[in-house]
Design a protein around this ligand. Structure first.
Ligand code: NAP
Ligand code: G4F
Length: 326
C-alpha cells in the first residue's frame, strides 16, 4: 500500500522563506499548498526563480480573513502549517503599525483559530524573530532571554509568539515558535539592507549607479542563509513535542563590515560609494543581535551551514547576473 505523502500549507509562500521552504518540502515529497494574498502586481518571481511555480497549489486568502483561512485549511487538508506570512519590514512598521499588528500579530491568531476549527491535530510553525529581543537583555540571546521589542513589528511578533505558546498550552496544539535571527539570500527583498547593498554593488560595478545611501551601518546582525534556515522550521514540526527554538549562526557582524565584504568581492572600496543618510535611521534601533543556537543544535541536530562571506558572494553574483540581463 502506498503511504499518502504529507501535506503542508505555507503562508507567505511568495516571500523569501516561503519560496525556499516550498522547494524544500516538494523535494521531500510533500504536497504543498501556498496561501496567496492577491496583489495587482507580480509576486510570483521567487517561485519562478526556484522553478517551482507549477509544482505547488496556490489558494487565495489573506491572513486577516479568518473565513478564508478556514476554507484554505479545509481545501488543503494540511497536516503541517507554516505561518510565514507577515508585514515583515521593520521600517514600514512605524508607518503602518495597525496593518502590521493585523497581519503579523492577529494573522497568526487567525491561522491558529482556523487550525483549531478544522484540524487541531495539524502541526503549526510560527515565524518568530530575534527582533523580539530588541534592546537586548543578555549579550547572547537564547530561548530564555527576556524580550524587549523596539518596533511595532517586534511587538506584533511578540503577540503572535505568545499566542502560539498559549494555544499549545490551552488546547494542546502541536505549535512551535522558531525564533529566527536574520537570514538572507539572493531572493531577499530589496528593502532589506543586505540585498540593498548587493544590488547596489552590482549596479556600481556595471556603471549603472555611483553611490549607495544607508542609515546606521554600526548596527550588528547575526546573519545566516535562508536556505539553511527553512530546514530548521521543518525539523521543529518533526519532533514529538512542540517547543520553541533559537535559530542563528552564533556570529555577529556590522552592516559596515557586510558592506566591506560585498564591495571588495566586486573589487570596489565601500568607503568611496556609501553615503550615510539619516532618512534611513530608525526611530528606535536594535543595535546588536547575536543568537545562541545550542538548543537547535542539540535537539534538532541543526547547524548553519553557510558562512557570511559565502552568502554575500552568492548574493552579489546573483545581482550581477540580474543587472546584466536588464
Ligand atoms: P518576506 O519575504 O517579506 O515575505 C512575507 C510574505 O508574507 C510574502 O509572501 C507576503 O506576500 C506575505 N504576506 C504579506 N501580507 C500578507 C497578508 N495580509 N496575508 C497573507 N500573506 C501576506 O519575509 P521573509 O523574509 O520570507 O520572512 C518570512 C517570515 O519570517 C516572516 O513572518 C518574517 O517576519 C519572519 N522572519 C524573517 C526573518 C528574516 O531574516 N528573513 C527573521 C525572523 C523572522 P506578498 O508577496 O504578496 O506581499
Ligand atoms: O535588513 P534590515 O532591514 O533587517 P532587520 O531590521 O534586522 O529585520 C529583519 O530581520 C528580523 C530578524 O531580526 C526579521 F524579523 C525582520 O522581518 C527582517 O527580516 O536592517 C538590518 C540593520 C538595521 O539595524 C538597520 O537600521 O541594518 C540597518 N540599516 C542601515 N542602513 C539599514 C539601512 N536597513 C535597511 N533596511 N536599509 C538601510 O538603508
Amino acid at each position: 500500500m502506498k503511504l499518502a505523502s504529507k501535506t503542508a500549507l505555507v503562508t507567505g509562500v511568495t516571500g523569501q522563506d516561503g519560496a525556499y521552504l516550498a522547494k524544500f518540502l516538494l523535494e521531500k515529497g510533500y504536497k504543498v499548498f501556498g496561501l496567496h494574498a492577491r496583489r495587482s502586481s507580480d509576486t510570483l518571481w521567487r517561485l519562478r526563480e526556484l522553478s517551482i511555480e507549477s509544482d505547488l497549489v496556490l489558494l487565495d486568502g489573506d491572513l486577516t480573513d479568518l473565513s478564508a483561512l478556514i476554507r484554505v485549511m479545509e481545501k488543503s487538508s494540511a497536516t503541517e502549517v507554516y505561518n510565514l506570512g507577515a508585514q515583515s519590514f521593520v521600517g514600514t512598521s512605524w508607518d503602518q503599525p495597525v496593518l502590521t499588528a493585523n497581519v503579523t500579530g492577529i494573522g497568526a491568531l487567525n491561522m491558529l483559530e482556523a487550525i483549531r476549527a478544522v484540524n487541531p491535530r495539524a502541526r503549526f510553525y510560527q515565524a518568530s524573530t530575534s527582533e523580539m529581543f530588541g534592546m537586548i537583555q543578555e549579550s547572547m540571546q537564547s530561548e530564555t532571554t527576556p524580550f524587549y521589542p523596539r518596533s511595532p513589528y517586534g511587538v506584533a511578533k511578540l503577540y503572535a509568539h505568545w499566542m502560539t505558546i498559549n494555544y499549545r498550552e490551552s488546547y494542546g496544539l502541536h505549535a512551535s515558535n522558531g525564533i529566527l535571527f536574520n537570514h538572507e539570500s539572493p531572493l531577499r527583498g530589496i528593502e532589506f539592507v543586505t540585498r540593498k547593498v548587493t544590488d547596489a554593488v552590482a549596479r556600481i560595478k556595471l556603471g549603472r549607479q555611483k553611490s549607495l545611501r544607508l542609515g546606521n551601518i554600526d548596527a550588528q546582525r547575526d546573519w545566516g542563509f535562508a536556505g539553511d534556515y527553512v530546514k530548521a522550521m521543518w525539523l521543529m514540526l518533526q519532533q514529538d513535542i512542540a517547543d520553541d527554538y533559537v535559530v542563528a549562526t552564533g556570529k555577529t557582524t556590522t552592516v559596515r563590515d557586510m558592506c566591506r565584504i560585498a564591495f571588495s568581492y566586486a573589487g570596489l572600496n565601500y568607503e568611496k560609494h556609501v553615503i550615510i543618510d539619516p532618512r534611513f535611521y530608525r526611530k528606535t534601533e536594535v543595535d546588536i543581535l547575536l543568537g545562541n543556537p545550542a538548543k537547535a543544535r542539540e535537539k534538532l541536530g541543526w547547524v548553519a551551514e553557510t558562512d557570511l562571506e559565502t552568502l554575500i558572494k552568492m548574493m552579489v553574483d546573483a545581482d550581477l547576473a540580474r543587472v546584466i540581463k536588464e
